[in-house]
Structures are given as structure tokens and as C-alpha cells.
Design a protein. Sequence first.
Length: 276
Amino acid sequence: MMKEDWFDAAPQVRLYERRVLPEAPPLAQVVIVHGYGDHSTRYAWTMDQFCLAGIATYAYDQRGHGHSPGKRGYIPCFEDFLDDLDTFLEHIKGTLTDAPLFLMGHSMGGMVLARYAETRALQVRGLVFSSPFLAFSEDVPKFLIALGPIIAKALPCLPISKVDNRGLSRDPAVIEAADQDPLCYHGGVAAHTAGEFYRMVQTIEADAARITPPMLVLHGGADHVVSPGGSKLLHEKAGAEDKTLRIFPDGYHELFNDLEKEEFMAEVITWIKARV
């Protein structure tokens, strides 16, 4: 059963949400946090696969994304995303059952999840990181990364880079759908937003030892949107005793939309069921 709704994340900030719940009581529950320029409806297939496995899923459009309000492609303060996740978890508390809860973040959603795990006392059974944005792509010039914070102060809205949707998947249909999706952000990454990303990459790496829940990290070895090196570093530095890293050698950025998506989902579901 799929349900759509809205919730109040902050004064005058009302965010879109969607839920996919199995008919029988779920064996586990997963909250999905989407990536930059992305939105929760693009996870419909993923949520359906979880449902078929008896797992309930909850997702929402972060501010500035999808159906939710906010300036497209611009992140004033990254910590707002952490507060929104706090609010969403509180919002769905009345719907959640006693089944174990897992958090799953993709790309920038993985960045949100990592920082959230470093700064909150989590009551979750585990964390799933899907191609988390924890290191810039090797395709981004290093001088641009270094100059980003300086440019952000002088020209915060200046677009300094753009995500190429061809790096999302090896499936041409996925690229075409993303290109034509009016809810996706198709513009450039503003300098201030890039500066927030840079700040988070540095902060998360420094505090990674604080991440202690069981964690599964999955990344495409051929990801040119964000570097898989960030996932390797997270796995190495996280304080969790139960941690697994899985690199799909030929995989692109969106493993759940790539040619090996069934294998990706099977691995995630198997990992979750082993911890229920």
C-alpha cells in the first residue's frame, strides 16, 4: 500500500512524504533519504522491492527538492537537513511498529545520514549507505574544490559545476527519465552549496569514529558522480564493529537504477534480514 502526505518540518516548511507498507506486519522498517537534485518518487521501484520482502519504507522530499518547497539546488545550511530528518522520524513515530528500524541514504542522503549518525543518539538497528557523497568525483578539478569556499563567500549563487545524468546509470531509459523529470533539479551547483558539501566532507571524515550502528556501504566502482573513495574511507574510519563494504566494480552512481539493481536490492534486503 502506497500513501502520500505532507508534514511540517519547520515554520512555513511543509515537506512531501510517501510510504509503502506491506499488508502484513513488517519484519523491518526503512527510512530512505534521497540525494541532491533528486526526489523520493524516483525510489518507487526500490520501495516496492522492500515491500515485497515484507519491509515497510518511508521517504520524503528534502527541502528544495521534488514536491517540497525551497530554492532549487541551493542549500543555505546543511544542518537543516539533519533537523528535517529528526522531524520526519518524530512524525512517523505513531505509524512505526516494534519492527527494527533502519536508515538508508543515497548520495547526498548518505552525507545526511553520516552526519546524522555522528551527531544524534540513534535508536536504529542499522544504516545503509548507497553511493554516499563523502568525497568529490575525480572528474571535479582539485583547484575548483580548493577555491570553492572562497568563491562561495564572494558569489554564493554562482553555478560552479553540474551533475551529468549520464553518470547515474548504464540504463539509457534511466538517463532519459531523469533528463525529462520536472521534479529533478537540472541546474548547476551553486558555489555556496558546493561550500556546504566541502564542509560536510571534511567534518564527516574527522568525526567518522562516532558512527557506531551496524552499517552496510555500497558503491559503484565506476561512479563518476561522487568518488567511491569516500565510501572506502567511511568503512575504514567508522567506529561501528559491524560494518560491510560492497563495491560493484562496473556500477554507476544509482545502483538501485543500474544494470545490477536486482543484485543490489537482494544484498541490501539480505543484510537487513540478517539483523532483524
